[in-house]
Ligand binder design. Structure first.
Ligand code: ADP
Ligand code: GLC
Length: 482
């Protein structure tokens, strides 16, 4: 089966969140299972600079407001997979965040930048771009790539099936309706039955309505987004797709996230040789300026700082954690008000609370290895990866019962062995109670050890998810959207 993945991010070159980790790990896992997999990425500076042995597949010329556009084919360092890269300097030669300028404003030409990505994907799927290789499945990720599904549906049937993975329904790619003519799509799609969303033009809807299959990154989130509470106004569109919407849990890249081989750590460890985790914990306390207290429950958070992630709850529950003798080590960036509030908490509790504002991949590994608990108190969470990293590192996840968090973590109220702590209400009191339960359990070494062992034994590799996607591709090819 030939599969083309289309996405805006890929770890470690371009990353704003878990999407990049998935795009770096799922395609190679599929290739190991025998699929013929390629990627299509926009030629952002980090990608263009790294792509090796690139040759021009087609000189596209002027389109979407750019004068010079070429489709290249090469490989990324450390990867065996062929990667198509769209070279369009006028649209993509911008450093930093792929979606926003240095002040945090969306790039004003994001419509053109990501319509181009989908349009090229549709041409590759339609055998117009590369006569040597034509995919049987075009797999688009998030709104950035979603227009591929509309371009494929709007033109003569290409033969390729389309699969659309929603990593986060809250980011929809909305644009003013008066920009419609820039897309070059049939005007019949310019309606609520097409891409219109309350008077705006929605790239998300291109994927939700026109992909042969829609996937979200956990089964529970697939059910949640069919309800008004989590559907971001699109629950009706999702319900209308019925059985063609499903959930496939993400895995993790076992090479990047492995405490036995992680070069970022002060000491490596695994379930058989757990002593190294204590070394990591002490090193982390020293690095972060926390008190060298072996008895404290050390909680970490590694997160984008947005309303989604529930860190206002964490701030409000902080007094309870501190009263129980706990410590908090957080790393994140995003919302300015949250950043300021977190820094204020750090000032108020020296040696007990540290908040690093910024992005640091290696420190994220040390935080996860050194902490006892990783907290993810999200209001909604399509899958969540940091709790999976926590499981792998024996750092017990403390999560809210939503989306992929509920699908991947077990507390002692469930049928299986407990691997972490779950709370229900999105309130400081419910979070505080879960933190106190964790502090209490840590005072019982045997019980803690049992949860730790169950967490580290959990199967998290991409093998299962890759096989589930392969079955979905077969279904999409055999039974396309009617
Ligand atoms: P989301 O994609 O919603 O942000 P995920 O849990 O799926 O949430 O993925 C987040 C990814 O980004 C993880 O790999 C996490 O380690 C990483 N990450 C988030 N914030 C930071 C940060 N400030 N520094 C380093 N890594 C971060
Ligand atoms: C999104 C979601 C997150 C998920 C990630 C990768 O960013 O917010 O829950 O883990 O995509 O699928």
């Amino acid at each position: 089966m030939r599969v083309l993945h289309v996405a805006a991010e890929i770890y470690p070159l371009v990353k704003t969140g878990g999407l990049a980790d998935v795009v770096a790990a799922l395609p190679p896992a599929q290739a190991r299972q025998g699929l013929d997999v390629r990627l299509l990425l926009p030629g952002l500076p980090a990608v263009l600079e790294s792509v090796k042995g690139a040759r021009t597949v087609v000189d596209i010329g002027a389109c979407f407001g750019a004068l010079r556009v070429r489709l290249l084919l090469g490989r990324l360092p450390g990867s065996l997979l062929p990667v198509y890269v769209i070279e369009a300097p006028y649209l993509y030669r911008r450093e930093g965040n792929p979606y926003q300028d240095g002040r945090g404003d969306e790039w004003p030409d994001n419509l053109q930048r990501f319509a181009l990505l989908g349009w090229v994907a549709a041409h590759i799927a339609g055998a117009d771009a590369d006569a040597q290789w034509v995919p049987e499945v075009m797999h688009a990720h998030d709104w950035h790539a979603a227009m591929a599904c509309a371009y494929m549906a709007d033109h003569a049937p290409t033969g390729a099936a389309s699969v659309y993975t929603v990593h986060n329904l809250a980011f929809q790619g909305l644009f003013p309706m008066h920009d419609w003519p820039l897309l070059g799509l049939a005007s019949r799609l310019m309606s609520p039955a097409g891409l219109e969303y309350h008077g705006q033009l929605s790239f998300m809807k291109a994927g939700l309505k026109f992909a042969d299959r829609v996937v979200t990154v956990s089964p529970r989130y697939a059910r949640e987004i069919a309800t008004p509470e989590f559907g971001c106004g699109l629950d009706g569109v999702i319900r209308a797709r019925g059985e063609q919407v499903s959930g496939i849990l993400n895995g993790i890249d076992a090479k990047v996230w492995d405490p036995a081989r992680d070069s970022a750590l002060a000491h490596r460890y695994d379930a058989e040789r757990p002593e190294g985790k204590l070394v990591c914990r002490r090193a982390l306390q020293a690095e972060m300026g926390l008190l060298p207290d072996d008895g404290a429950l050390l909680v970490t958070v590694i997160s984008r700082l947005t309303a989604q992630k529930g860190l206002d709850l964490m701030l409000a529950a902080l007094p309870a954690l501190l009263q129980a003798g706990g410590q908090l080590a957080l790393q994140g960036s995003g919302d300015a008000a949250l950043e300021a509030a977190l820094l204020e908490a750090q000032r108020a509790h020296p040696g007990r609370v540290v908040c690093r504002i910024g992005y640091d991949e290696a420190r994220a590994h040390r935080l996860i290895a050194g902490a006892d608990v990783i907290a993810v108190p999200s209001r909604f969470e399509p899958c969540g990866l940091t709790q999976l990293y926590g499981l792998r590192y024996g750092t017990l996840p403390l999560v809210r019962r939503v989306g992929g968090l509920a699908d991947t973590v077990a507390d002692d109220d469930g049928p299986g062995a407990a691997t972490g702590f779950i709370f229900d209400a999105a309130t400081p009191a419910a979070l505080a109670q879960a933190l106190l339960r964790a502090a209490e359990l840590r005072r019982q070494p045997e019980a803690w050890q049992a949860r730790w062992a169950a967490a580290m034994a959990q199967e998290l590799s991409w093998d299962g998810p890759a096989a589930r996607y392969a079955r979905l591709y077969e279904a999409a090819v055999a039974n396309p959207r009617r």
